[in-house]
Design a protein around this ligand. Structure first.
Ligand SMILES: Cc1cc2nc3c(=O)[nH]c(=O)nc-3n(C[C@H](O)[C@H](O)[C@H](O)COP(=O)(O)O)c2cc1C
Length: 196
């Protein structure tokens, strides 16, 4: 698929078919995710891959809070949870070539550990579209995060930045999301040429 087409077609999908995705396609998508840039090449992001109804059901059991989860999202056969580790970055930047031995977090203009995991997530979303699949990035409810981590044996120091559901999109996606109720900003509102 042309890169521009992939970009334009990328829309969050909230209604999936339950049919499995070829494991080689899943691996390709994750390998693309791994190609994300990272500050200092720290690579402080890793993915938890949940495949098939048993693993995804355990995820939903752990992740679901008061808000009901859309059935169409639950049907997705693949869930990828991108995790970020702040310590990986603090350790990397304390090395000889960076010299931030004090590990002072005020040195960081923004938390690059979350930025890089988000870059990787975007590559995953685009790669899913490129494979003819659909994907949804969604947030995890903070009170459920310890339960999700415990369920899947995630070590301390690794924070999920959200989760990505992947699968074959259903022909019909009846879910009305913010993208339906809000308009995309005008290009001129977003780009400030030469001066804000
Ligand atoms: C950081 C982030 C968190 C999001 N969380 C959710 C979520 O919890 N549930 C959901 O349905 N969509 C979620 N979305 C999807 C947005 O609603 C969606 O990207 C936006 O409405 C624009 O639509 P589009 O991505 O289809 O173009 C999230 C998107 C981002 C980037």
């Amino acid at each position: 698929m042309e890169f521009g087409d992939v970009l334009r077609r990328r829309k969050m999908v909230r209604t999936f078919e339950s049919g499995q995705v070829d494991p080689s396609i899943v691996e390709r998508i994750l390998r693309h995710g791994q190609r994300a840039p990272s500050a200092g090449y720290s690579q402080g992001f890793e993915f938890l891959l949940l495949e098939g109804p048993d693993q995804t059901a355990r995820f939903w059991e752990a992740a679901t809070a008061d808000e009901p989860v859309l059935q169409g999202v639950r049907a997705a056969p693949i869930i990828v949870i991108p995790f970020a580790s702040k310590d990986v970055y603090l350790d990397r930047y304390a090395e000889e070539d960076k010299k931030w031995e004090d590990r002072d977090e005020s040195r960081w203009p923004v938390p690059y550990w979350y930025i890089d995991a988000a870059f990787a997530s975007m590559l995953i979303l685009l790669s899913a579209v490129n494979e003819g699949l659909g994907a949804l990035f969604f947030g995890l409810h903070p009170p459920t995060i310890p339960r999700v981590k415990e369920t899947f044996g995630v070590p301390d120091g690794w924070d999920p930045i959200g989760a990505i559901a992947i699968g074959h999109p259903s022909g019909e996606d009846p879910v009305r999301s913010s993208a339906h109720t809000r308009r995309r900003k005008q290009f001129q509102e977003v780009v400030h040429r030469g001066h804000w």
